[in-house]
Design a protein around this ligand. Structure first.
Ligand code: SAM
Length: 445
C-alpha cells in the first residue's frame, strides 16, 4: 500500500508505535459485528468477543452480509471494533431519563451502539446533515427497532434553538479518515495536508455550533477515525481554551494496546491498527460546565397540539408509548418526551419519529415496515410464518412468495424467529410489502 510521504511524516507517535502502525496498515482489516441486545439470536455466539464491547464480536472473515436475512432483520450491525469503545464510556454513565444527541450519525454505527446502552426512559436524537446519508441512518435505526429514537436531517447550526437541551452530545466528526486507510483505499487518494487542515477547521465549526446545546454539567464525546494531532489533540486543546470542561473518567481494559493521550486536563484514547485489534480511532469524553441551563420550551411550541391516534397499540406493541399522528402517519413514541418531539417537529427536519406504526385509512390499518422491525412488537398479534433462507431472500428481493396458507390477512415473514417484514393476503395473492428502496437487488445463483 503506497501511503503519502507527508502522511507518514505527520504520524505523531513514537518511532516504535509508528513502525507498528505502518506494518498494521499493510495487514488485512479485523472484521467485526456488534449484536443487537434487543434482538437476541444465536448468530456469532461462538466468535471471539471484542475486549471493550460486550456485544462486539470479531469475525475471521467478512461474510456477505447482504445474503444473511438476520442482517436485514437488525440482529447485528457490521462495525469495526475500535469505534465500539464508545460503549465502554456509556457503560459507566447514568443515561436514565437523558436526552442524547448523536450529531454526525450516518450510517448509524454509533447511534445503534448508543441506543443499545439507553434505558427505555431515555431518548436518542440521531442526526445526519447529508440527506442521502440520513436515509441510510433511518434504515439502520429502523432495523435496530427501538422507539425511543428520533432521526433528523439538519446542519449543526440548525440546532441553535436547542440551547442547554441535551444531556450528552456525541460528535463523531467528519475527518481525514487516516484510520480507514486499510479498509477504504479512497481515503488514501483523498488524503492531503490541505484536506487535514480543512477537516480541523470544519470540526471546530461543528463543535462551536453544537456545544451550546449541551446543558451545564452535560457530556461531550468527540471522536474521529484519524491519527493526526490537528484533528485530535489540537481540537482537545481548542475545546479547553474556549470552554470549561473536565475529563470524564471511566474504566476500560488495559493490556489491549489502547493508547491514552493526555492533552491538558483531558484524556484522549487512540486505537492504532497493528497495536489494537481494529481500525484507527480517536475518542475523548468530557463534562462541560458553564453550559446553558436547559431553556424553557417557548409557548408557541408548548401550545402546538399533536394529534393522537384513537386506536390501541398495546394490542401489538409492548410499551406504553403514545401514538401521535404526524403527516397522516401514526408514530409510537414515549409521551415523556412529547415536548422534545414538539420542539423537533417545530424547528428541525425529523425523518423518523419513534416507531412508525402505519396509517389508518377509513378505520383500516396499513402497517409500516418500521413496526415489523420493532423490538417491542408482539409478534403473536399477527399471523406469522417462519420461512427458509431461500424464501427469506426471495422476500427481501421483493419477489412474490407462494403458498403460506397460515397468513390470512396482514402477516409477518420471519427468519430464525426474527421478523423481516409484512405480507398481506389479497384473494389468492400474497402481496409483498418489503420497502422497494431497501430490497436486495443482487440475484443469487
Ligand atoms: N457516526 C457515524 C457512525 O458511527 O456510523 C459515522 C460518522 S462519519 C465519521 C461523519 C459524518 O458527518 C458523515 O455522515 C458526514 O456526512 C457527516 N458530516 C459531513 N459534513 C458535516 C458537517 N459539516 N456537519 C455535520 N456533519 C457532517
Amino acid at each position: 500500500m503506497k501511503l503519502p510521504n507527508q502522511f507518514i511524516e505527520s504520524i505523531p507517535f513514537s518511532s516504535e508505535l509508528k513502525k507498528k502502525l505502518l506494518s498494521g496498515l499493510e495487514q488485512k482489516p479485523a472484521y467485526s459485528v456488534r449484536l443487537n441486545p434487543f434482538k437476541p439470536s444465536r448468530r456469532f455466539k461462538d466468535e471471539d468477543s471484542v475486549p471493550w464491547s460486550k456485544n462486539g464480536k470479531y469475525l475471521t472473515e467478512r461474510p456477505e452480509f447482504i445474503s444473511d436475512p438476520l442482517f436485514h432483520s437488525g440482529v447485528y450491525y457490521s462495525q469495526e471494533a475500535s469505534s465500539m469503545f464508545l460503549g465502554q464510556i456509556l457503560n459507566s454513565t447514568d443515561l436514565s431519563n437523558k436526552i442524547v444527541l448523536d450529531l454526525c450519525a450516518a450510517p448509524g454505527g454509533k447511534s445503534t451502539l448508543i441506543n443499545s446502552f439507553l434505558p427505555k426512559d431515555a431518548l436518542l436524537v440521531a442526526n445526519e446533515v447529508i440527506k442521502s446519508r440520513s436515509w441510510i441512518l433511518k434504515e439502520n435505526m429502523d432495523k435496530w427497532g427501538s422507539s425511543n429514537v428520533i432521526v433528523t436531517n439538519n446542519d449543526p447550526s440548525e440546532f441553535e434553538h436547542f440551547l442547554g437541551f441535551f444531556d450528552a452530545v456525541v460528535v463523531d466528526a467528519p475527518c481525514s479518515g487516516e484510520g480507514m486507510f486499510r479498509k477504504d483505499k479512497k481515503a488514501i487518494e483523498e488524503w492531503s495536508v490541505k484536506n487535514v487542515d480543512l477537516c480541523c477547521t470544519r470540526q471546530k465549526r461543528i463543535l462551536s455550533d453544537i456545544i451550546p446545546t449541551i446543558k451545564d454539567g452535560g457530556i461531550l464525546i468527540y471522536s474521529t477515525c484519524t491519527f493526526n494531532d490537528k484533528e485530535n489533540r489540537e481540537n482537545l486543546k481548542w475545546i479547553q481554551d474556549n470552554y470549561e470542561v473536565e475529563n470524564l473518567n471511566f474504566e476500560y481494559p488495559v493490556n489491549e494496546g489502547i493508547i491514552e493521550l493526555q492533552e491538558g486536563d483531558l484524556k484522549g484514547f487512540q486505537f492504532l491498527p497493528g497495536v489494537t485489534k481494529g481500525e484507527g480511532f480517536f475518542i475523548s469524553a468530557m463534562r462541560l460546565f458553564g453550559g446553558r441551563e436547559k431553556i424553557k420550551i417557548p409557548k408557541r411550541i408548548r401550545k402546538l397540539r399533536l394529534e393522537e391516534w384513537d386506536g390501541d397499540s398495546l394490542v401489538f406493541l409492548e410499551n406504553d408509548n403514545k401514538n401521535y399522528i404526524i403527516n397522516e402517519m401514526i408514530h409510537n413514541f414515549p409521551e415523556a418526551f412529547e415536548s422534545v418531539l414538539k420542539s423537533i417537529v417545530w424547528d428541525l427536519k425529523p425523518i423518523k419519529i419513534g416507531c412508525q406504526v402505519g396509517q389508518s385509512i377509513k378505520g383500516k390499518m396499513k402497517y409500516s415496515h418500521e413496526l415489523a422491525l420493532s423490538n417491542e412488537l408482539k409478534k403473536e398479534s399477527f399471523d406469522f410464518v417462519e420461512v427458509s433462507r431461500e424464501e427469506a431472500i426471495l422476500f427481501l428481493q421483493k419477489k412474490e412468495l407462494v403458498g403460506l396458507p397460515k397468513i390470512t390477512s396482514w402477516g409477518l415473514i420471519m427468519y430464525e424467529n426474527q421478523p423481516l417484514g409484512w405480507v398481506k393476503r389479497v384473494g389468492n395473492r400474497l402481496n409483498n410489502y418489503y420497502p422497494k428502496e431497501y430490497r436486495i437487488r443482487k440475484e443469487f445463483s
